[in-house]
Design a protein around this ligand. Structure first.
Ligand code: GTP
Ligand code: MG
Length: 461
């Protein structure tokens, strides 16, 4: 039996980037070498990957913090630091990954819906390694005496939600024999009893047809009239059924203890399915008449068959007690599942797409910064990207500070401060640092040195 863990909130953090190196070439007979400081290694990413071997999120129930390895620092002689290792978090197929608001723990953004084996998404990118001083050479700056610190890694709270992924789901009223059927056609061993709502959480089992084809079957808690509006236990599980390609609609031909009419049951359940989601009514369905071993059921079987066929559905009569008809049921289901699977279009590289769309949405939020007045002539700037620039700066080094100024300007900070009413000489606070606003055009020696541009070479002056 598969235990069922539905939802987990975890904290993921990429590895920090290693620092770039500030170094100059030293060789015998060369009086003053050019810059040769290598880059820091990139930090590892935290990746969530769908693994068909897993059936629950139990691994994330007790452990909540996951961190990838950091990059090592760059060194002289153009030696780059080593990249940190990625951390791969394996989750079952059918796991939905969402970014959470770190304050409220409410979902902010759906990052991915991992439905195929091996599908993966980066949930916390590692920090980029800082660039060594070989990169900061411009025509006016031949011997850059600073390098960049590594980028601090991103950290997020994410939600993992496993949605049951089965090819076929056994659906029906309570006590019609859904668990009895899955117990006979698979290795699942759910509880079976003669009272309603014996099954409280879905059970998964793998059934194998005589030709070797197999499918994943789910036995879900019984549905009753009103399930689509939340009656009984069914509502929570209807969303699991939403993901199965085929419905095995089990009907008790004896009408149960209350002596219900099996044909009424059949219509009641279908009405609940379509009330929950119109597509569920269209979903391929096999009508399975169970308990056909019981006496005086021929008439009910015949009427149910007629009702099913009138709706254009395949009808099969079985008994979970004697096993009659079950081999046929498995073979027909396996064939239909294979057929349905072949119709599914597999989009190319969706994992990549997830990364890009999330990254875009995240960057947009990240680049934004806000300016507020803390007191007279004191301003506070907050925002992910601006704050990271500050953390990456070595404040012991004047050139690094000048470079930070250049980055502030490019991000539009000066302009926005001016607009907000900031005056020359005012204090500007970012994280724990205080800067003096100098206003006016900066004498920018980094102009022309684009963020991602590498100007290499540059020998001694
Ligand atoms: N005679 C007969 N009894 C059956 C058959 N299948 C199941 N039963 C009995 O019906 C009762 C309910 O069976 P379950 O398999 O627990 O039914 P279920 O649909 O899983 O019920 P819930 O989990 O409560 O929704 C049990 O007492 C079973 O032994 C069958 O084919 N013939
Ligand atoms: Mg059951």
């Amino acid at each position: 039996m598969v235990t069922f863990t539905d939802l987990s909130h975890i904290n993921v953090k990429g590895g920090d980037g290693g620092a770039g190196c500030m170094s100059f070439r030293r060789e015998a007979f060369v009086p003053k070498g050019g810059p040769d400081g290598g880059d820091g290694g990139h930090g590892g990413d935290v990746i969530v990957e769908a693994d068909p071997q897993l059936s629950s999120l139990i691994d994330y129930r007790y452990k909540h913090h996951f961190k990838a390895e950091r990059g090592t620092h760059g060194q002289g002689k153009r030696m780059h630091g080593k990249d940190g290792q990625d951390l791969i978090l394996r989750v079952p197929l059918g796991t939905v990954v969402r970014e959470l608001d770190p304050e409220t723990q409410k979902p902010l953004y759906q990052i991915a819906d991992l439905t195929r084996p091996g599908e993966r998404v980066i949930v916390a990118p590692g920090g980029v390694g800082g660039r060594g001083n070989i990169h900061f050479v411009t025509s006016v700056r031949r011997a850059p005496a600073f390098a960049e610190k590594g980028e601090p890694a991103r950290e997020h709270w994410i939600e993992l939600e496993m949605k049951l992924m089965a090819d076929a789901a056994l659906v029906g009223m309570p006590s019609v024999g859904k668990s009895s059927i899955i117990a006979r056609i698979s290795a699942a061993r759910p509880k079976i009893a003669d009272y309603p709502f014996t099954t409280l959480v879905p059970n998964l089992g793998v059934a194998r047809a005589s030709d070797g084809r197999s499918f994943v079957c789910a036995d879900v808690p019984g549905l009753i009239e009103g399930a689509s509006e939340g009656k009984g236990l069914g509502h929570e599980f209807l969303r699991h059924i939403e993901r199965t390609a085929l419905i095995l609609h089990v009907v008790d031909v004896t009408g149960g203890f209350e002596g219900r009419d099996p044909v009424d049951d059949y219509h009641t359940i279908n009405a609940e399915l379509s009330a929950y989601a119109a597509e569920l009514a269209e979903r391929p369905q096999i009508v399975v008449a169970n308990k056909c071993d019981m006496p005086d059921t021929d008439d009910a079987i015949a009427r149910l068959k007629e009702a099913a066929e009138k709706d254009g559905r395949r009808f099969m009569a079985v008994s979970a007690v004697t096993g009659k008809g079950l081999d046929d049921l498995v073979n027909v289901t396996a064939a239909q599942v294979a057929e349905l699977r072949s119709q599914v279009e597999v989009p190319e590289g969706p994992a990549d797409l997830y990364n890009k769309t999330w990254e875009r949405s995240r960057q947009k939020r990240d680049r934004a910064f806000t300016i507020s007045r803390e007191e007279a002539h004191v301003w506070r700037v907050t925002g992910g990207s601006i704050e990271r620039m500050v953390i990456q700066t070595d404040f012991e080094n004047d050139e690094a500070i000048a470079y930070l100024q250049h980055r502030f300007d490019r991000a539009g900070l000066d302009e926005r401060l001016e607009e907000a009413g900031c005056q020359r000489g005012d204090e500007v606070r970012i994280l724990g640092f205080a800067f003096t606003y100098e206003g006016g055009p900066v004498n920018d020696e980094f102009a022309g040195l684009d963020e991602d541009e590498t100007l290499d070479g540059g020998d001694e002056d």
